[in-house]
Write a protein that binds this ligand. Structure first.
Ligand SMILES: CCCCC/C=C\C/C=C\C/C=C\C/C=C\CCCC(=O)SCCNC(=O)CCNC(=O)[C@H](O)C(C)(C)COP(=O)(O)OP(=O)(O)OC[C@H]1O[C@@H](n2cnc3c(N)ncnc32)[C@H](O)[C@@H]1OP(=O)(O)O
Length: 217
């Protein structure tokens, strides 16, 4: 931990280039509303990253708390039923219009596989430059869930998701993520995924997804 007055280690806190690569070209072809919502979730993600990196003074903490509380009060009367919400439901956006998981930017997708990049910003830091061990299964569930549900298949739920952490997954680096279908047996679908930092295997996972029966929540 950095003590007061000591400069943080920027090599841990910043990317090689200082860029936040998922903060652009986030549209798969959505409309103006999607574009605006994408800007909103990008701004929120940026705020969380910068908050995670910062050591603000007490005065700034108080003023940020007031600003955030005011924004929350503005949203209070706008709550709608789950099916009518926007957050996490915009499949026309690379980010899916959410900040819970890092954005998985898929460059190649077909019926049985998907691959692309993922970038864990400072918000997802566990410690010593490594991503939090809970954020990695989150990203695996995201990519495996999307693949399990792709190509007009009935909605699936994750029955198990086993993750092996093979070496640390670094924050602030563009990582490669791959997922593929291993087997299908009736309602059961087994998929696997990996995250690599160049040629280093960071983590891998296997998930069992079960197609829901009509009416099953
Ligand atoms: C799904 C709706 C989502 C709607 C979202 C809408 C918009 C969002 C837009 C886009 C989404 C984009 C991306 C999505 C990103 C992520 C997706 C995440 C998905 C999840 O993150 S979702 C949350 C976590 N998930 C749960 O909250 C599940 C809780 N759970 C259950 O809901 C039941 O448990 C269920 C349904 C899984 C099964 O229940 P069930 O009664 O239908 O079936 P049953 O138990 O009979 O199992 C059938 C056969 O699977 C075998 N089997 C079952 N479980 C096993 C296990 N663990 N290990 C080994 N084998 C297992 C049995 O042994 C049997 O095998 P066999 O047929 O050979 O006998």
């Amino acid at each position: 931990m950095t003590s007061a007055g000591e400069q943080p280690d920027r090599t841990v806190l910043l990317t090689d280039t200082g860029e936040r690569p998922w903060r652009s070209a986030n549209l798969y072809g959505g409309d103006e509303y999607s574009a605006a919502y994408d800007e909103l979730t990008n701004a929120l993600g940026d705020f969380l990253d910068r908050l995670a990196e910062a050591r603000p003074e007490t005065e700034l903490i108080a003023s940020m708390t007031e600003s955030l509380s005011e924004l929350a009060r503005g949203l209070d009367p706008l709550a709608v039923a789950e099916r009518d919400r926007v957050f996490g439901r915009r499949t026309d956006l690379v980010s899916r219009g959410q900040t819970m998981s890092p954005t998985v930017d898929l460059a190649e997708v077909d019926d049985r596989s998907a691959s692309g990049t993922v970038y864990f910003g400072p918000y997802f830091l566990g410690g010593n430059g490594a991503v939090h061990g809970g954020a990695i299964p989150l990203v695996f569930d995201e990519i495996l869930g999307r693949l399990a549900n792709a190509s007009g298949r009935p909605p699936q739920r994750t029955a198990y998701l086993n993750t092996d952490f093979r070496s640390i997954t670094p924050v602030n680096r563009t990582l490669t993520i791959r997922a593929w279908l291993v087997s299908e047996d009736g309602r059961k679908r087994v998929l696997r995924a990996t995250i690599h930092d160049q040629d280093i295997l960071c983590a891998e996972a296997e998930g069992l997804f079960i197609a829901l029966r009509p009416g099953q929540p």
